[in-house]
Design a protein around this ligand. Structure first.
Ligand code: ZN
Length: 162
């Protein structure tokens, strides 16, 4: 059951259609788009992965890969981070209470140990050289939990204010 349907419509969210980058994407073989913006006085900067598919009559069509679930979509919605409509619905309405800034710095600390790029969106990365496999597993799992909480809080906040 999409909790979203009873409280907010997708129209309440800021949209990011891939078509907005049409001109930029014509230039070359882009694999991702860098985004940089401020949402509710918090700065965001990260890249969103792209996917492309061949059109029937030649040329290509570009898609977003949702930073959260990697689904191929043509529109992303801003919930702090940009995510697909499915992710907004799936995460909405959870009740986790933990200061979001602490979650962000914890996630950053884990990423640093793992040698990942900063930003919540990332792919599956290699285990750093010399790190024990169980340590790696534990950090990856914790990172997953922490980022999930960040998502939920961001989405909750959005639900309360708009
Ligand atoms: Zn998604």
């Amino acid at each position: 059951m999409p909790a979203l349907a009873t409280t907010h419509s997708l129209n309440d969210y800021l949209k990011l259609p891939i078509s907005r980058y049409r001109e930029q994407l014509k230039q070359g073989n882009a694999k991702y788009i860098e985004v940089s913006y401020t949402h509710r006085s918090k700065p965001y900067q990260y890249s969103i992965q792209l996917s492309k598919s061949a059109c029937h009559y030649g040329g290509y069509r570009y898609w977003w890969l949702c930073p959260k679930c990697s689904q191929r979509v043509s529109v992303l919605y801003c919930a702090g981070m940009y995510v697909c409509r499915h992710c907004i619905g799936a995460n909405y309405g959870s009740q986790l209470q933990q200061p979001i800034d602490r979650l962000f710095s914890r996630a950053d600390a884990i990423r640093q140990r793992l040698g990942w790029q900063s930003g919540v969106a990332h792919g599956i990365d290699e285990r750093p050289k010399g790190m024990h496999h169980s340590t790696y597993e534990r950090l990856v799992n914790e990172h997953e939990r922490v980022t999930a909480k960040i998502w939920q809080q961001t989405l909750d906040k959005l639900g309360c204010t708009s």
